[in-house]
Design a protein around this ligand. Structure first.
Ligand code: PEP
Ligand code: MG
Length: 531
């Protein structure tokens, strides 16, 4: 009975993946499929079956115990895995018990309010009826939030539990851009939000239609817009949305849900398939494993640390375990020639780290008989690297600025802290000044600079990044058309002047406000020009 239920669940998850192929959702359901195979979970279930327990009891106890274990480790990513496991657990349990999932009978134009939604529930929402949802659980980085973004559904997660007391059928207004739920909206507010939404839909349509046009400012300055990806499917999706290459392949996400390390052949196969999909004219920037901090990797066990974000992370961990880095370099090098290969080191804070890693790369390339080394660059996500960019620049081929970590290390604010989320803002002038320092140093040595942190995916930030001289924006896949369209509305000279202005401001809120004013003026001007 259990084997049949596991196999049926596997088929259902396969079907769900095929429905959303190439998206973040597909990755989540693939991870769910892997949980069905988890050896520790199956062993616990088998032990209980051997003790004479029923299949339903054994499966349910094993999944609940494992989810509790994940939850108790105080790590956001593992807590997320606990939510996934609960979801898979319920799916299999219903199959064992023969319980049919009754579809929710939702009215038209519904705003769904729930304590928590599972990824499966979110993915199966009827987007013709549901306009958006609000949950008490979850946060901006939860899988449910990722799914909402992929479905284009407005959503706010992590709201106070009182929201559950609202009566069914009450009229509410969800303004997800501002993170607000209005409980007594008047007609004028409703009409205004509807008009804004309609405009957004039309704008999105236009952006997607024009996605293959280059991202060139009005005065002819080209910005390369590439994609942040974590799978081959995302690469294919990025190309279909006008992505000009891959600016960040987060290699640690390729095998996040594995309990065993992928074989060298499998790794080489993955990188080569991605490089082939891009072709010899496009950049592929593969970031070496960035494990540690908030990103544990099951097959790279690590000692517990008091301050994981300040501990063995990224290149530090790889240099402590050079075999891991050597094996990854070999696998990446196997894809040389299929795309314009770039290798990027994460979390570099010392010159010695770069030099050591380069030496290992050169040894591996030599052993493989390669005459030409791929380009080697570093992430700029630690203030020491930004401040010393003039010394790093002669020794690298490029920089890519990771604004997510650069912000947390510059402002000393945990990037996932729920109470600091609004202050840990990459628009802070201190972060922008470090970007300016980096670009100046790189250009003085003829090297290019990208931004691959989330700041690059914010349309509001595009003028300042261009004005500071950034050459490439590597953005989350669905936003490629938006960022390209934004670049096409701008003038380089104006961007340089707004960049100079915001560097002198005091705080992130002031920078955002200045950019909003600038944006409103630019959009008005471009409307006049188009007419
Ligand atoms: C960053 O820190 O901005 C970045 C791109 O790396 P990650 O988000 O994977 O840490
Ligand atoms: Mg980072």
């Amino acid at each position: 009975m259990l084997i049949q239920a596991l196999s049926d669940a596997n088929l259902a998850l396969q079907a769900l993946q095929e429905k959303v192929v190439g998206s973040a959702q597909a990755e989540i359901f693939r991870a769910h499929q892997e949980l069905l195979d988890d050896p520790a979970l199956l062993e616990q279930t088998r032990d209980l079956l051997d003790q004479g327990k029923s299949a339903a009891f054994a499966w349910n106890s094993a999944t609940e115990a494992t989810a509790r274990l994940f939850q108790g480790l105080g790590n956001a990513l593992l807590a997320e895995r606990a939510a996934d496991l609960a979801d898979v657990g319920q799916r299999v349990l219903k199959l064992i018990l023969g319980v049919q999932d009754s579809a929710w009978d939702l009215p038209e134009q519904a705003i769904l309010i729930a304590e928590q939604l599972t990824p499966s529930q979110t993915a199966s929402l009827d987007t013709r009826k549901v306009l958006g949802f609000v949950t008490v659980g979850g946060g901006a980085t939860s899988h449910v939030a990722i799914l909402a973004r992929a479905l284009g559904l407005p959503a706010i997660c992590g709201v106070p539990a009182q929201v559950l007391e609202l009566v069914n059928g009450k009229q509410v207004l969800l303004d997800a851009d501002k993170g607000e739920l209005h409980l007594n909206p008047d007609l004028a507010e409703i009409e205004q939000l509807q008009a804004t939404r309609q405009q957004q839909v039309l704008r999105r349509q236009r952006e997607v239609e024009q996605a293959s046009l280059p991202a060139t400012t009005r005065d002819g300055h080209h910005i390369e817009v590439t994609a942040n990806v974590a799978s081959l499917q995302e690469v294919e999706q990025a190309l279909s949305l006008g992505g000009e290459g891959v600016g960040l392949l987060r290699s640690e996400f390729l095998y996040l849900d594995r309990n065993r390390a992928p074989s060298p052949e499998e790794q080489a196969g993955t990188y080569s398939a991605i490089a082939r999909a891009l072709g010899p004219q496009r950049n592929l920037v593969v970031r070496t494993l960035d494990v540690g901090g908030d990103k544990p990797l099951a097959y790279v066990p690590m000692d517990a640390e008091t301050n994981p974000f300040l501990g063995l992370r990224g290149i530090r961990l790889c240099l402590e375990r050079p075999e891991l880095l050597r094996e990854q370099f070999r696998a990446i090098l196997a894809s040389a020639g299929f795309a314009r290969l770039h290798i990027m080191l994460p979390m570099v804070s010392l010159l010695s780290e770069l030099r050591l890693a380069r030496q290992i790369l050169e040894e591996e390339a030599l052993a493989l008989g390669l005459t030409q080394l791929p380009k080697l660059g570093i992430m700029i996500e630690v203030p020491s690297a930004a401040l010393m960019a003039d010394l790093f620049a002669p020794e690298v081929d490029f920089f890519s600025i990771g604004t997510n970590d650069l912000t947390q290390y510059t402002l000393a604010m945990d990037r996932d802290h729920p109470r600091l989320a609004s202050q840990a803002d990459s628009f802070h002038p201190a972060v922008l000044r470090l970007i300016a320092t980096t670009v100046k140093a790189a250009h003085a040595h003829g090297k290019w600079v990208g931004v691959c942190g989330a700041l690059a995916s914010e349309a509001l930030a595009v003028p300042v990044l261009i004005g500071l001289g950034v050459d490439e924006l590597s953005v989350s896949v669905p936003l490629i058309p938006t960022i390209k369209a934004t670049v096409r509305e701008l003038d380089l000279a104006d961007c340089q002047s707004i960049a100079r202005q915001v560097l002198g401001l005091e705080e992130a809120a002031q920078v955002r406000e200045a950019l909003r004013v600038y944006h409103a003026a630019t959009v008005e001007t471009s409307l006049v020009v188009e007419n």
